[in-house]
Write a protein that binds this ligand. Structure first.
Ligand SMILES: Nc1ncnc2c1ncn2[C@@H]1O[C@H](COP(=O)(O)OP(=O)(O)O)[C@@H](O)[C@H]1O
Ligand SMILES: [Mg+2]
Length: 392
């Protein structure tokens, strides 16, 4: 599931690029054709102009008429007719500011000629009397604007892709949340009945003096654990109730529970370096779950031997509690650090890759805190850091 999503993203990006490239190539072809047509038109204009000079009388008048039609027909291509010294004679489709004086207009057109010359060689008109004129021209607005078409297309495609991604991912996430929160609540609900029945049975056995009471104690511990699990599922399935509490008991509770269930070659230590009056809004069942999950991962990252050190302190400004969970496990490779909190990411044969996803959700969404990897050195160990706002 995890790698599929990456492939899909790559696919969308590649498709976008291909569409972009095709669109650029296609537009370039169109621009090329249009340019050729524009050139042909100017060229025709030049030929007619040259021809005219050799004619006289009625012929000349006819051709002048024709020429006027050609010029009028060209309402796109900016052209300037000039003599051999680049003195403008007339212009068409060039916007000259109206307030300009005669002098200024000429200067303006000269400047245009210099610009036009950079892009296209002017078309020469040879008059039979040895006189020469030149037609300077530039790309029409149509051609110029058309060149921006691929940019517009690509931007629109990009905006569309981002919008679609946002809409789909938020709606998908909302749906996923609903499914697993519902599932958690339902599980908690279903566990409720058999647990209360177990509690009733224990009470019943307590009244029976023939029954071995040391068994009852063990049974009570197991039922207590089941109740704890139910509380976690029910808490994560709905908005949990946060209560101002001292952090220490929750962390120590989780550590005590874990330390009894792991190899005694894994040493666990807890250091509490916060004023005992400082309180934090927490849901205890969920917060213990966080610590248990982090410790479980730490143990998994070791070969049965090592240490887990938990240190609680306040930040400099004393408004945030910091909980560092440091292990001496195998560490996390750099390229995996970003992924560990993603659902489904696991490197374990029998892992689900949900532990850290839950941890992140509990810390950040339910408690308004932050969790991240402070440091991880392959072969040396990892430190997860949790930061929680304190109650003032
Ligand atoms: N303390 C740690 N040391 C090394 N790797 C870790 C540690 N915690 C988590 N990881 C890595 O992150 C992955 C995801 O952890 P998690 O979400 O708890 O899922 P799971 O434990 O089911 O694999 C683990 O498979 C492991 O590769
Ligand atoms: Mg885990």
């Amino acid at each position: 599931m995890y790698s599929n999503r990456t492939t899909l993203k790559v696919l969308v990006v590649v498709t976008g690029l291909v569409i972009g490239v095709i669109s650029i190539i296609y537009t370039e072809l169109l621009v090329g054709e249009l340019r050729q047509r524009e050139y042909d038109q100017i060229d025709f204009f030049a030929k007619v102009q040259a021809k005219m000079a050799t004619m006289s009388g009625q012929d000349n008048a006819d051709v002048t008429f024709l020429l006027m039609e050609v010029i009028k027909g060209n309402d796109l291509i900016p052209v300037i007719l000039a003599d051999e010294h680049q003195n403008p004679i007339s212009s068409k489709n060039i916007e000259i500011p109206k307030r300009f004086s005669q002098e200024e207009q000429l200067a303006f057109l000269r400047k245009q000629i210099i610009e036009m010359e950079k892009d296209y060689k002017p078309i020469k008109i040879d008059f039979s009397n040895g006189e020469e004129q030149y037609i300077y021209y530039a790309d029409s607005h149509l051609v110029k604007n058309l060149r921006y078409a691929p940019l517009v297309q690509i931007s629109l495609f990009g905006i569309l892709a981002i919008a679609a991604y946002l809409v789909f991912s938020t709606s998908r996430r909302a749906e996923q949340n609903q499914v697993w929160a519902g599932l958690a609540k339902e599980t908690a609900h279903q566990l409720g009945t058999p647990i209360s029945s177990l509690v009733a049975w224990i009470e019943y056995f307590k009244t029976d003096d023939d029954f071995d009471h040391s068994i009852i104690e063990e049974l009570e511990k197991d039922v207590h654990r089941l109740e704890m699990i139910t509380a976690r599922f029910s808490n994560i399935g709905s908005e949990p109730v946060l209560k101002p509490k001292n952090l220490e008991p929750s962390v120590r509770g989780a550590v005590d529970y874990m330390s009894k269930r792991i190899s005694n070659k894994v040493k666990m230590s807890v250091e509490y370096d916060i004023d005992s009056q400082v309180q934090i809004n927490i849901s205890r069942p969920l917060f213990e779950w966080v610590i248990e999950n982090l410790c479980r991962n730490a143990v998994d990252a070791m070969n049965g031997v090592g240490s887990i050190d938990i240190k609680m302190s306040l930040t400099q400004h004393k408004n945030t509690a910091v909980i560092d969970v440091k292990d001496s496990g195998k560490g996390i490779p750099k390229n995996k650090i970003k992924k560990v909190f993603s659902p489904g990411f696991t490197t374990k044969k029998r892992g689900w890759g949900l532990g850290l996803t839950l941890v992140k959700r509990i810390v950040e969404e339910y408690h308004g805190g932050k969790i991240f990897i402070l440091e991880s050195i392959p072969g040396e160990g990892t430190t997860f850091r949790i930061m929680m706002p304190i109650v003032v």
